[in-house]
Design a protein around this ligand. Structure first.
Ligand SMILES: Cc1cc2nc3c(=O)[nH]c(=O)nc-3n(C[C@H](O)[C@H](O)[C@H](O)COP(=O)(O)OP(=O)(O)OC[C@H]3O[C@@H](n4cnc5c(N)ncnc54)[C@H](O)[C@@H]3O)c2cc1C
Length: 382
């Protein structure tokens, strides 16, 4: 049986961040990562705001950063805003190359690709091929558990994105986080644009809706239509990505009282108000790497998890308002209002680091039009 300081089941975003953080803080620690796919990280583009990154993480995070922009913009009918707040992106390819190098260059560490984990226990991981890996710390980072949806009441952020090369320049100098000047056909709907080079960009059709059903070909057609509508012509489609991310208002998270540590989506380490996990996964990687494997479990980890749960409470409350009190067609003005708030409130919201004053700023004032008792009553408490 092989033994390591850390054994991580699943090789996605959370695993990658853990490996790099541990490698930076505990250079001699041995780590094994087991991933069932042929590469680490699957098929994603992960983005984050500069304010999401704790100071101590910048150095080791830097090699992952594939794109950097000086800010972003948001567009609603009659309302355009440009924010000078750095924004960055990580590609799956970069995650794979940086994290696999960090594992393979280190004697005693291991990367097992195309390898299925069968069982994750307190002391080790059992593989489908019968091998066992033992770890002082065992981490389950296999993404959302198959029964995760039963554990929560949620709306969804769902999207389909096409990475395309255009025949000419698009002229964007920064990402468009939301272009909501589009038909609101399914809940709150907007397009998300990430310019990679002057002719290459990712365009996503995103919807905040009650149903997780996603018609990928239909939304891909909508993306093509949007691109044409902007007067751009597609020379080549490079890649497609799609996702359905829960935005829960009720979610039970088991406290991390003992091994294995449930990390990433598996452990509920994501932002309920955006469905995104980068800032939270980063903080967890920072926390885990800052203490030796023998000292991970205990009151400090429990307090850290409590702080995450407590920060999650307010966005969950906002989700409840959004999905249970506002019918799909009335959700649009809520976001227009949010994107008029001061930059500091947006920064703290994205980073899931809300202060009392941020919460007040998010809530005070007349509720945006569209709140509906009828909608609320048509969705009785489950
Ligand atoms: C297309 C897409 C884009 C996203 N963009 C962003 C973004 O821009 N910013 C952001 O913050 N969030 C984003 N998210 C949300 C979230 O950050 C990601 O879902 C993130 O990848 C979750 O990290 P994770 O490590 O928990 O799970 P994953 O990254 O899904 O990793 C889990 C890994 O475990 C592996 N695995 C599962 N079961 C087994 C098994 N039995 N044996 C071995 N391996 C196994 C899987 O193959 C996978 O590689 C996005 C999600 C999607 C789907």
């Amino acid at each position: 049986m092989l033994s390591f300081d850390y054994v991580v089941a699943g090789g996605g975003l959370q695993a990658g961040l853990l490996v790099l953080a541990i490698r930076a803080r505990q250079p001699s620690a041995t780590i094994a990562v087991v991933e069932r796919g042929p590469t680490l990280g699957g098929n994603h583009t992960w983005c984050f705001h500069d304010g999401d990154v704790p100071d101590g993480c910048r150095d080791w995070l830097d090699p992952l950063v594939t794109w950097r922009w000086s800010g972003y913009s948001t567009h609603f009918p009659g309302q355009t805003r440009t924010v000078d707040e750095p924004y960055a992106g990580v590609s799956s390819e970069r995650l794979h190359s940086v994290v696999s190098a960090a594992l393979l260059e280190h004697p005693g560490s291991a990367l097992l690709l195309s390898t299925e984990v069968r069982r994750v226990g307190a002391e080790g991981v059992g593989l489908v091929d019968g091998r066992e890996l033992r770890g002082k710390v065992v981490i389950d980072a296999r993404g959302a558990a198959p029964d995760a949806a039963d554990e929560m009441r949620a709306g969804y952020q769902k999207f389909v994105g096409l990475e395309v090369t255009l025949a000419g320049a698009h002229g964007l100098d920064r990402p468009v986080l939301m272009d909501a000047n589009v038909d609101q056909t399914e809940g709150f709907r907007f397009f998300y644009l990430l310019p990679f080079t002057d002719r290459t960009l990712l365009v996503e059709d995103t919807r905040f809706h009650d149903s997780p059903a996603l018609d990928v070909p239909a939304l891909a057609d909508e993306v093509r239509g949007y691109i044409e509508g902007r007067g751009w012509s597609i020379e080549r489609e490079v890649r497609r990505e799609a996702g359905v991310l829960p935005m829960p208002w009720r979610h039970r998270m088991a406290p991390p009282s003992g091994p294995p540590l449930l990390a990433g989506y598996r452990g509920g380490w994501f932002h309920p108000g955006t469905g995104y996990s980068f800032p939270v996964a980063l903080r967890l990687a920072d926390f885990v790497s800052a203490r030796p494997p023998e000292g991970l479990f205990g009151s400090k980890l429990e307090a850290f998890a409590r702080a995450h749960r407590s920060q999650s409470r307010f966005p969950r409350f906002l989700n409840r308002l959004l999905f249970r009190w506002y019918p799909p067609a009335s959700r649009h003005p809520i976001f227009a209002r949010v994107y008029r708030l001061p930059q500091s409130v947006l920064r703290n919201f994205y980073a899931l680091r809300l202060t009392t004053s941020d919460r007040v700023r998010l809530l005070v004032g007349r509720p945006p039009p569209g709140i509906s008792l009828k909608h609320r009553l048509s969705h009785p408490k489950p």
